[in-house]
Design a protein around this ligand. Structure first.
Ligand code: HEC
Ligand code: HEC
Ligand code: HEC
Ligand code: HEC
Length: 223
């Protein structure tokens, strides 16, 4: 499974990147449907979710506590790790260049940001473009959607659940992009393609499942 995914990424990488750059302009200018069309085609090729990312701040108004605690986690700040000089010893130990700026390296951004390379996902902002910097900032680090899935569609269902104070069956959310929490939700990134992965300590989902994610509030409306 993992192997197939990686192979598709490698083969599709260049084409996907170009398509996304093409889509990035209209998408940020007017959120046009051309972007949606282009991305539907590219994500299908990647065998991934067809839904778009919206950024962690969109979840905040209904999940304040999760947001506040997540912000302090290492994963929440994973983009910082890619800056020159940060975690220099760890970089040296794994054959990475501690003086290099890895924040523009797509191979790292894939796991250190939210949805890089997908519609609505993290993009590299122009240093002088304040609006772009702000928008990209909401997708920095391992965000809510990195684990829970791209939110554009399921967020609408949550809005309805909230508004009508109704019970819900979680399956209605899975069908529009919410990720079921299983090993894959973590091992998409916690795998041997991470340059710092310690193969002698493989990621064990059952014991790690909920380490360093966020504070939890018991669910009341889930059926
Ligand atoms: C989008 C990629 C991605 C996903 C998905 C992901 N992680 Fe991570 N994780 C990272 C990155 C990147 C780091 C390193 C953060 C840093 O130090 O910059 C990390 C670090 C961690 C750490 C180490 C933090 C510490 O305190 O030392 C734990 C624990 C962890 N992740 C658990 C999980 C669990 C559990 C899941 C699934 C529920 C998960 N991760 C899903 C990318 C991911
Ligand atoms: C496949 C996903 C993935 C990719 C690609 C990736 N990382 Fe990470 N990174 C992680 C995860 C997961 C962690 C947490 C530790 C671990 O399991 O490797 C991490 C942790 C780190 C750490 C902290 C290690 C520590 O001991 O605190 C550094 C530094 C780092 N990554 C740099 C990079 C750089 C630079 C790149 C690009 C050249 C990169 N990573 C690409 C997933 C990834
Ligand atoms: C590194 C992965 C990861 C990230 C990032 C993450 N979560 Fe979670 N989240 C989890 C896990 C694991 C659970 C527990 C799920 C379970 O037990 O089935 C969870 C549970 C939840 C729940 C259920 C109620 C609760 O509090 O347990 C909500 C709501 C939630 N997350 C919202 C968010 C929001 C909002 C963000 C961003 C601010 C976020 N999550 C970021 C992994 C993550
Ligand atoms: C309009 C409010 C609202 C927004 C915005 C929102 N949610 Fe929720 N979410 C809810 C409600 C309400 C529940 C059910 C809470 C309960 O049962 O107590 C919920 C539940 C969840 C659950 C638990 C699902 C389950 O049953 O396992 C997760 C995970 C979650 N939200 C993640 C997110 C993420 C990620 C985002 C942003 C992309 C987000 N939510 C945005 C209102 C919202």
């Amino acid at each position: 499974m993992k192997r197939t995914f990686t192979a598709v990424l490698l083969i599709g990488g260049v084409g996907v990147g170009m398509l996304l750059w093409g889509a990035a302009v209209p998408a940020s200018a007017d959120g046009g449907s051309q972007a949606a069309l282009t991305v539907a085609a590219t994500t299908a090729a990647m065998g991934d979710s067809p839904h778009a990312y919206v950024g962690s701040s969109k979840c905040k108004k209904c999940h304040m506590k999760q947001n506040k605690s997540w912000k302090k986690t290492k994963m929440g700040n994973a983009l910082e790790t890619l800056r020159p000089g940060v975690k220099a010893d760890a970089k040296k130990a794994h054959g990475l260049d501690p003086t290099k700026d890895y924040t523009t390296d797509a191979t790292c951004l894939k796991c250190h940001t939210t949805g890089h390379g997908h519609e609505g996902g993290y993009f590299i902002p122009d240093a002088g473009d304040k609006k772009a910097l702000k928008k990209a900032g909401k997708l920095a680090g391992v965000g809510c959607e990195s684990c829970h899935g791209p939110g554009a569609e399921y967020i609408k269902v949550f809005e309805d659940i909230q508004k009508n104070k109704r019970k819900y069956d979680v399956k209605e959310l899975y069908s529009v992009g919410l990720t079921k929490m299983d090993a894959k939700a973590c091992t998409n990134c916690h795998n041997e393609t991470s340059p710092t992965y310690d193969a002698s300590k493989p990621f064990d989902f059952d014991s790690m499942k909920d380490t360093d994610t966020h504070e939890h509030i018991p669910l009341k409306q889930r059926d």
